[in-house]
Design a protein around this ligand. Structure first.
Ligand code: BGC
Length: 766
């Protein structure tokens, strides 16, 4: 219910603008001149003035976010707004509905405090961009910022003030359905792209046209949910918590994110919503975060289910004392804060501080002056500009994982027919992916539609889905699919996962292609035609079994509204693929968790002493061979490493040069490398810089991404790529808990994927 888009039928009286205008300005926080005890004039903080006028009930109201998805809105919700008992709502997202409810707050409530309207605008509002994991594959912060900007403008045009994004949970487990919403496994990339999203949503200081509040979530560790099962406990050692999971949050706080959401998860015995050491301690005291912290959906009451609290009263106390300002979709605060003040468990000044944080955000958004939304002041939804950015974002999210032949790019002039096969070739809803409330499948252009449009009258497009859905196990459509392939020059096979198979509460234990898709692909390949597989999915899938059955493999994630044209443009070479994996692709589920920035172990895998299961003689005894970190049946490498992705060019790196062999704490190390396109086509390469701290007070990952740069080169063209590194780039939370770098030796790689590259060494002096 709460996920549905509420319609406009809300039974609230529509009041005239003139009356509203007068009423609205009665309590607009504005600077007030008063005298201090010495009789000197002082300017009073308008938010403090407003708080001083509020009753306790009104204050508690500001800490309450209520679900407003029911249509029509229930009377008690409207009455709660009128009485000042509700400060924020979630899931109301149509202009009329938002304006009508806002009028109740502004005109009919005693203090005329406007409501803050929240909505999950995760990867677009009406125009749907690739799922965040797909956007992360672009490695392009400017594009990610632009997509968030458009999402914010569309959302604000409909009355939304606050999105619950970016989701910056580091995720090393593709079974976890919410990996789709994440920006992948790397703290550096996640921090960078998450900050770009924040900037896109919020604009400079929330003052820009169509700015909305961003909310970094889920603070912290949710991505480590045990075994990839959603909502499971997380067990994260302190060093990993600091240096991996908290790192992107530190970055978005630096970037000015206005709000954070606590995680549902239990972190080493203390659920995040009650974790004062993290919220008040790390976030507020250490990092100086001055914004608002909201709980996740009903997470305060869930402290009882977790087994931390016996009743809502103590759950509310725990959450408030931990630093959670607002409760989302629960009533523990509303029912218990007054009593907790009476009992002196909570102080009024603490509540005032929490209320001030809410009011300050309303003030920054300009809601006291402009509480209503005027859609006419915005570009229409799904504008040409929005579609253009959605197209570009989808193009840049595509990752080419295999290209034997090379079969791609297809040359339209040499082809007279294509077979378009697979349950996801023409599935407008599915290609939008998870967390889409406002996107409409009627806006979506599927690969089939795009290919038909582009080649009508020029190339025969033989479409046969082969399977009704990605989960179907019925073979009755196979024959038609095989016939389509037989009569075509090339088979384009669109496989993967429907959108419902990833996202919140949609984890999978087996992440191979669902249903009979693998068999369909194998049978098409057996026909001997060139086969190009395009996978649309919400996570890295295990494709080991499928790889031999395709000549080319293009990974499209869930690419959103413009996924079809983007895929067509890449398949036919109008655009060169350039995406790079933001998460490791495992060979098997048994390898999970598998990620590039792991620790070394005392016995790192060594290809020369690895034995595989089939090489072990029956009856053989344990030998000293193979005493290292690998699987007998799956070795140690993933199927595709982090940072991997092909293009239509081929690239070579050479002449790695460091400006000096050693740097001091204040120096910058300059790193230069030459990139050459040695292939026959124009293409893109993302040059990646990784480091390793060879010995430190705490063992460090075998590699850490520190910088990257993308170049686009014609065949034969070269470019000099330069990076700079300083001691701050080498810093981490050290054994004594402090943050900084440690002198010593470092390895450095400049590479086109995380498991290769040119290598050099340098030293950081004391
Ligand atoms: C999710 C949040 C989301 C919230 C509101 C929760 O179930 O965990 O990420 O923002 O619902 O829809």
């Amino acid at each position: 219910m709460r996920r549905s888009t509420p319609g406009a039928a809300c039974l609230i009286l529509f009041l005239s603008e003139t009356f509203l205008h007068e009423r609205r300005h009665m309590n607009t926080p504005s600077l007030t001149l008063t005298a201090n005890s010495a009789g000197r004039p002082v300017l009073e903080d308008p938010v403090d003035v407003l708080v001083s006028k509020m009753t306790l009930e009104e204050k508690i109201g500001q800490l309450q976010q209520v679900d407003a998805s029911a249509d029509p809105l229930p009377d008690d919700l409207i009455e709660g707004v009128r009485a000042g008992r509700i400060g924020s709502v979630i899931n109301l997202a149509d202009t009329d509905g938002c304006n009508r409810l806002q009028r109740v707050a502004v005109v009919e409530s005693r203090l005329s405090i406007p409501l803050l309207m929240g909505r999950d605008v995760i990867h677009g509002f009406r125009t749907i961009f690739p799922i965040p994991l797909g956007q992360a594959a672009s490695w392009n912060p400017d594009l990610v910022r632009e997509a968030a900007r458009i999402a914010a403008l569309e959302a604000r045009s409909q009355g939304v003030h606050w999105t619950f994004a970016p989701m910056i949970d580091i995720s090393r487990d593709p079974r976890w359905g919410r990996i789709a919403e994440s920006l992948g496994e790397d703290p550096f990339l996640t921090g960078l792209l998450g900050s770009a999203m924040v900037e896109g949503f919020q604009t400079e200081n929330l003052s820009g046209h169509g700015a909305i509040l961003a909310c970094a979530k889920h603070f912290v560790g949710y991505g480590a949910s045990e075994s990839g099962r959603d909502y499971s406990a997380t067990n994260i050692p302190a060093n990993e918590l600091r240096n991996i999971y908290l790192e992107p949050f530190r970055k978005v706080v630096e970037a000015g994110v206005a709000t954070l959401m606590t995680s549902f998860s239990d972190l080493d015995g203390i659920p995040a919503t009650a974790n004062g050491a993290l919220v008040n301690g790390v976030l507020r005291q250490e990092w100086g975060f001055g914004g608002l912290v909201v709980s996740d959906w009903n997470a305060v009451n869930e402290l009882i289910v977790h087994g931390l609290c016996e009743d809502p009263r103590s759950a509310a106390a725990e959450a408030v004392l931990a630093g959670v300002d607002m409760e989302m979709a629960g009533d523990a605060y509303a029912r218990n804060i007054a009593r907790l003040i009476d009992e002196r468990v909570l102080s009024m000044s603490l509540i005032d501080t929490m209320v001030s944080r809410v009011l300050r955000l309303k003030q920054k958004l300009g809601l006291f002056e402009r509480p209503y939304t005027d859609s006419a002041a915005f570009a229409p939804l799904v504008s040409d500009n929005a579609l253009g950015v959605a197209f570009q974002a989808a193009v840049e999210s595509l990752v080419l994982l295999k290209n034997d032949g090379p079969v791609l790019p297809l040359r339209a002039a040499d082809i007279s027919s294509i077979a378009v096969i697979g349950p996801l070739a023409d599935a407008p809803h599915e290609q939008m992916g998870t967390w889409v409330f406002d996107g409409q499948k009627s806006d979506t252009v599927t690969p089939l539609q795009a290919l038909r449009q582009q080649f009508s009258g020029k190339i025969d497009v033989n479409y046969a889905p082969g399977l009704e859905t990605s989960r179907s196990r019925s073979y009755h459509l196979f024959e038609a699919a095989l016939e389509a392939a037989k009569k075509s020059d090339v088979a384009l096979v669109f496989l993967g996962e429907e959108s419902i198979l990833s996202g919140e509460a949609h984890s999978r234990a087996d992440i191979t292609l669902p249903g009979a898709q693998s068999e369909l692909l194998a049978q098409i390949k057996a026909l001997g035609k060139p086969v190009v597989t395009v996978v649309l999915a919400g996570r890295p899938l295990v494709l080991t079994e499928n790889l031999p059955h395709t000549d080319s493999l293009l990974y499209a994630w869930h690419p959103g509204t413009m996924g079809g044209p983007a895929i067509a443009a890449v398949l036919f070479g109008d655009q060169s693929p350039r995406g790079k994996l933001p998460a490791t692709f495992p060979k098997s589920v048994g390898q999970i968790p598998i990620y590039y920035n792991h620790k070394n172990t005392g016995r790192p895998p060594n290809p020369s002493d690895m034995i595989l299961i089939d090489d072990i003689e029956v009856g053989a005894r344990q030998t000293s061979l193979g005493m290292s970190a690998f699987y007998l049946d799956d070795g140690s490498d993933p199927l595709f490493p982090f940072g991997f992705g092909l293009s239509y060019g081929e690239f070579e790196l050479s002449n790695l040069e460091l400006s000096r062999p050693a740097i001091g704490l204040r120096d910058r190390l300059k790193v230069k490398v030459t990139v050459k396109n040695t292939g026959a086509n124009f293409g893109f390469e993302t040059v990646q810089l990784y480091i390793r701290d060879i010995a430190a007070s705490l063992t460090r990952p075998v590699k850490e991404l520190k910088a990257f740069r993308r170049v686009g080169l014609e065949p034969g063209q070269t470019e000099l790529v330069e990076f700079e590194l300083g001691a701050d780039d080498l810093s981490f939370y050290r054994r004594d808990g402090s943050f900084g770098s440690e002198p010593g030796k470092f390895c450095l790689w400049v590479a086109t994927q995380s498991d290769a590259g040119l290598q050099a060494e340098f030293t950081l002096g004391a």
